[in-house]
Design a binder for this molecule. Structure first.
Ligand SMILES: NC(=O)c1ccc[n+]([C@@H]2O[C@H](COP(=O)([O-])OP(=O)(O)OC[C@H]3O[C@@H](n4cnc5c(N)ncnc54)[C@H](OP(=O)(O)O)[C@@H]3O)[C@@H](O)[C@H]2O)c1
Length: 289
């Protein structure tokens, strides 16, 4: 446990399972004072029992990224207790499944409300704290913002168009704000995992109309969802993503992007190097369309 690590204050969104859970635990084990936030902290009994047993510097805090009041209250509580926030990990998110035509506006808006506007809401509350002179303890402000994007921030799959759109949007937002925040000593980092064996599939939402057998897309959606689900069964573990996030946070000069998982690396390379028409065929083959 490093002395520097002990002094750093981190907040992670979506800590009740998967990547957020693993990241919160690893950060606390590395000595960061970790606020593991969740929209329902009653789900975090297991995390609390590990924290108690290992006497980790981790505190559970309620934070729903879609709720202004909840975000404001959580940030104010952290600042009143610790006086600063050094690192924010924007991790909360879920997947919306269904063919585009079957998605309702409400379902698409809810998807953006969590995966994209949720990041914006939390980050805008945290930035004034990070910019303040007292932040970071060195008298100059500063901090690190880690945005958990996805391979789907660059590579689109069918049947999750709204999810893909939130992650493409997050990539653009992150690139843009990185320029604005650099002069304040605030680093922005993107994490781009491939399929991860978290609760992601269990927590995903199936569009109402996609469930209707009369939908002209129902068979297509069933097939693609099955393929994506099977990819998640023997997937990279959330702990691998957590390790990458912690390594990036601890790095003096972090990369801007970290791709996690061999599937993601292969897809990203192919997307970069292949003509798009060949790439499309490759995706169609993978999804077995
Ligand atoms: N699993 C993958 O294959 C994969 C791949 C690439 C990127 N990602 C990204 O990784 C991130 C974490 O996902 P995961 O794989 O760890 O899935 P997960 O196990 O389902 O975790 C998602 C977390 O987000 C939380 N969450 C959802 N809506 C929220 C809200 N409104 N406010 C606060 N928390 C909320 C969930 O809380 P509840 O328990 O209350 O639902 C849960 O803690 C997501 O942004 C996801 O897009 C995942």
């Amino acid at each position: 446990m490093t002395e520097v690590g002990r002094q750093k204050v981190v907040v992670v969104t979506g800590s009740s399972s998967g990547i957020g859970y693993a990241t919160s635990l690893l950060l606390a084990r590395k000595g960061f004072y970790t606020y593991a936030s969740a929209r329902n902290i009653n789900k975090s009994a297991n995390l609390q029992s590990i924290v108690d047993a290992e006497r980790l510097p981790l505190k559970l805090i309620q934070l729903d990224v879609t709720d202004d009041r909840s975000v404001k209250d959580a940030v104010e509580k952290i600042v009143s207790e610790k006086g600063k926030i050094d690192v924010l990990v924007n991790n909360a998110g879920y997947g919306l499944f269904g063919a585009f035509e079957d998605l309702s506006m409400d379902e698409i808006k809810a998807q953006f409300e969590t995966n994209f506007f949720g990041v914006i809401r939390v980050t805008q509350h945290v930035l004034p704290i990070m910019r303040s002179k007292d932040n970071g303890g060195g008298g100059g402000g500063g901090g690190v913002i880690v945005n958990v994007s996805s391979v789907n921030g660059h590579v689109a799959f069918p049947v999750i168009s709204a999810y893909v759109a939130t992650k493409f949007a997050l990539e653009g937002l992150s690139e843009s704000i990185a320029y604005e925040l650099e002069p304040f000593g605030i680093k922005v980092i993107l994490i781009e995992p491939g399929a991860i064996g978290s609760s992601f599939m269990k927590g995903s939402v199936m569009s109402n109309r996609a469930l209707d057998p009369k939908s002209p897309y129902s068979e297509f959606v069933r097939k693609v969802r099955f393929k994506i689900s099977s990819d998640h069964e023997n997937a990279t573990q959330p702990e691998e993503v957590a390790k990458t996030i912690v390594q990036a946070i601890l790095s003096e000069k972090p990369e801007f992007r970290y791709v996690v998982g061999s599937d993601a690396v292969t897809l990203m390379e192919a997307r970069k190097n292949m003509p798009y028409s060949d790439f499309q065929k490759m995706i169609q083959n993978i999804i077995q369309l």
